[in-house]
Design a protein around this ligand. Sequence first.
Ligand code: ADP
Ligand code: MG
Length: 299
Amino acid sequence: MALVTISGFPCSGKTTRAEQLKEYFESRLSAEGYNGPELIVALVDDDISHVPRSSYDTSALEKPARASLFSNVSRSLGTDTITIVDSANYIKGFRYQMYCAAREARVRVATIHVVAPPDICRERHEKRGECSYKPATFDNLIMRFEEPSSMVRWDSPLFTIPWDEEPPYEHIWDAIIKGDKRPPPAAVLQRNKPPPNTLQTLTATTQTIVTSLLSHVNSLPGSSTFPIPSPPAPSNGSLVLHLPARRVTLSEMQRLKRQYEGVQVKAQKSGGLAAAGNWTEGEVATGFVRFLEEIWETG
Ligand code: ADP
Ligand code: MG
């Protein structure tokens, strides 16, 4: 039925809000007069996904941790379930990935941004004592936080809950029970088989773009656009990537490349990318450029 993604700083109150929402949803589901489908409310969090707080110390540990959380989320999604994901969910691309999984599972989505000022979070964190983050990790999670935005489709509808306010329970309930259901991508609806070598084309094309982009920004720092060379672009000059104002880095590009590939591979497995036309070099290049611009749009 729905995916509810909770996002916020460490100790902002995510778990508290997740539990409040679970309780509220359950009370609505068992209330007299409720005549909708029978639903269960499932909480997916780091603990259930065997993700200790130390996973956030390094990106090498965090990657498999996120993968574990993601597979638990995917497994939980279904038309008879309201899945609440209680984790930092601070990476835009990760929220995008969960959104894609929700669309494929044909469930509604809502994002809850739990907001508390860093000082309050820090104070609570110090009080919590055991099972806390390393100080550097705590700071990092605040610094790297990519705030949800109602302007992008994968974070909306977005509900922002300040630490000193009550959640807008009814509005959230309406969004997950009656809200618009985003149709699954055309690729998922048309179960066509992709041609052979799709995966190689995907990874080789994204690699070519990442490599040429990095050498472009090295030789022309500060440029705001990057014309993708052909190949992989369909024809020379026809595909232009708009760059963010800051300089993109190798590690960022590697991460975005992996994220894009992850989403595409998942779509391929679930029925092929034929309808979305993401097979050929040119099509991969176009799709990757669109993905990067969408991610950077709000950053
Ligand atoms: P998170 O899951 O984001 O790490 P928690 O929900 O576990 O945060 O909350 C961290 C600490 O702050 C807990 O001790 C909790 O009792 C306290 N806390 C959470 N939300 C509030 C709130 N709205 N007002 C006061 N204290 C809160
Ligand atoms: Mg928590």
